[in-house]
Write a protein that binds this ligand. Structure first.
Ligand SMILES: NC(=O)c1ccc[n+]([C@@H]2O[C@H](COP(=O)([O-])OP(=O)(O)OC[C@H]3O[C@@H](n4cnc5c(N)ncnc54)[C@H](OP(=O)(O)O)[C@@H]3O)[C@@H](O)[C@H]2O)c1
Length: 490
């Protein structure tokens, strides 16, 4: 793989980015504009009814973010002209044909101009409705491929997927493509069109029964988990993402296809500045609950490796892979994570949290510091169940009896407690498998890409993505947790 100059590759190129309001898409957009303002056009596709509301979303949900601070400082008053010249905000939706782009002139322009497609649109909710998740993560990916096939100058399609597999898998998880119909537990019969039919038939039946929107939502969520589990995936998100990869691999024809599978993406390591993050993401929900004094016990095997990777490294890997595979009509898979090259143990995260919030306690609504302590670690599912039974389920049962005896006087307290417990149990059902995960994500392909970049790329310092360079103590204590506190704690 000869890379040459990445900046030169980007010069005068047009790139389509889907899911432009998302976390990684924003970091990607900022990076390109900062390091290569001579890009020809950035088509940023986001969900909106029309171009006016798309522009509004772009201004309020993208450009207004602190992430763009450095770019604003660099360009000052010239930033707006740069954006108007280079950025085309596109109202669209990847669940539709032609990506939902209604303006036929724009569609034609895009198919003539676009050199690179980066698909970052997804639903990342582990507990998404099946109809929604399959529409975006599976068939949405196919629509992006169909669109890419219509782009006359297309050099490469980069699809961002996920490294997550089943929590029960062990050892080295390879960077292998999924074959169409392949399952994680060997159960045969996975057929993506059948899955679509199952969704449609269930929806039709629920509507025929006049089910409420609330019960349709709940039935769709349960259907996703049920179908995912049937074939060995732990949740709807990873299942629908895997089916998306299957469709792309199967239908790509001679399109150069790169599949990037990040692990758990954390705040920026270095650029545009350390510690930018948004949204409550997987491990950050633990930091949030712990720092605010709401979590007093953790579940998980202390020796489990939690694979995390800073967001700017993921974006750099996307750019480098895009250049490396331009015009090469094959499929390449990259795990972008740290579990092989620089692993983080689950216990370290607990220590970082304890040290950080002891030194910098969160000040609660009453202006008082939240004092955190060492948490109880439940290292097996059995110990978790026992803990829940003693601390929550028994008191709930007691409250239920008292409530019945007092003519439902405590009904609202009872329901509140019941819902909270149900929520925690659902979270554990979804995330639990990863807290006992015994696998690591092989990143041999990514390592080869790093080596090629080192040998033949002129700007390795601009497009760094080597997790070996990270000192995790320093990153978590001085970058990530402060970033989460600054941008996510409210
Ligand atoms: N962040 C992580 O830890 C992580 C880890 C592994 C893999 N990934 C993958 O990386 C990619 C980007 O993740 P992220 O963290 O940036 O996710 P994110 O912040 O949730 O962004 C996803 C974006 O996709 C958009 N989107 C959803 N459905 C769409 C549709 N039908 N048409 C157009 N846009 C749509 C959403 O737009 P709205 O604003 O309209 O909802 C959202 O802005 C995803 O493919 C994800 O699976 C992320």
């Amino acid at each position: 793989m000869e890379l040459g100059s990445i900046l030169q590759f980007l010069e005068n190129r047009s790139i389509l980015v889907t899911g432009a309001t998302g976390f990684l898409a924003k970091i990607f957009t900022e990076k390109i504009l900062r390091v290569q303002p001579n890009v020809k056009k950035l088509y940023l596709l986001l969900r909106a009814a029309d171009s006016k509301s798309a522009m509004l979303r772009f201004n309020t949900e993208v450009m207004s973010k602190d992430l763009f601070r450095i770019l604003k400082e660099k360009w000052g008053g010239n930033l707006n002209p740069l954006i108007s010249q280079k950025v085309i905000v596109v109202a669209g939706d990847i669940t539709c044909d032609n990506l939902g782009v209604k303006d036929s002139y724009l569609l034609e322009e895009m198919s003539k101009e676009i050199d690179v497609v980066v698909n970052l649109a997804a639903t990342t909710n582990f507990d998404e409705r099946y109809d929604v998740a399959i529409g975006i993560n599976t068939f949405g990916a196919k629509h992006v491929l169909d669109f890419a096939k219509n782009c006359a100058k297309l050099k490469v399609l980069v699809h961002v997927s996920t490294a997550f597999v089943s929590g029960e898998m062990e050892g080295l998880i390879k960077e292998d493509p999924y074959k169409l119909g392949e399952t994680l537990n060997g159960t045969s019969g996975l057929d993506i069109d059948t899955e679509k039919n199952v969704v449609e038939e269930t929806l039709n039946q629920l509507r025929a029964e006049n089910s409420s929107e609330e019960s349709i939502k709940s039935a769709m969520k349960n259907l996703g988990i049920q179908r995912a589990r049937k074939y060995g995936w732990p949740n709807t998100y990873v299942f629908t993402k895997a089916m998306g990869e299957m469709l792309l691999g199967h239908l790509k024809d001679n399109i150069p296809l790169v599949i990037i599978r990040p692990t758990i993406v954390t705040s920026t390591y270095k650029e545009p500045f350390p510690g930018w993050v948004e949204g409550v993401r997987t491990i950050d929900s633990l930091a949030l609950g712990y720092g605010k004094g709401k979590i007093t016990c953790f579940l998980g095997d202390p020796k489990t490796i939690i694979d995390v990777i800073p967001a700017d490294m993921v974006v750099n890997a996307i750019v480098v892979a895009m250049v490396a595979h331009a015009n090469q009509p094959n499929e390449s898979i990259y795990h972008v994570g740290s579990s092989v090259s620089n692993p983080v143990e689950f216990t370290w995260l607990q220590d970082y949290g304890f040290q950080y919030f002891t030194k910098h306690p969160w000040i609660n609504k009453d202006g008082k510091p939240v004092i955190v302590g060492k948490v109880t670690v439940l290292s097996t599912m059995d110990s978790f169940r026992r803990y829940m039974a003693v601390h929550y389920l028994l008191p709930l049962k007691g409250l239920q009896i008292v409530n019945a005896a007092c003519c439902q006087y405590f009904q609202s307290t009872y329901l509140q407690m019941y819902r909270k417990i149900k929520f925690v149990m659902r979270l554990i059902e979804l995330y639990g498998p990863y807290l006992f995960f015994k696998g690591v994500y092989d990143d041999m392909n990514t390592e080869k890409l790093r080596r090629s970049a080192k040998e033949s790329c002129e700007e390795t310092d601009v497009f760094y993505f080597d997790p070996k360079s990270i000192n995790w103590d320093d990153y978590f204590m001085n970058t990530h947790i402060p970033g989460v506190v600054k941008y996510v704690f409210k």
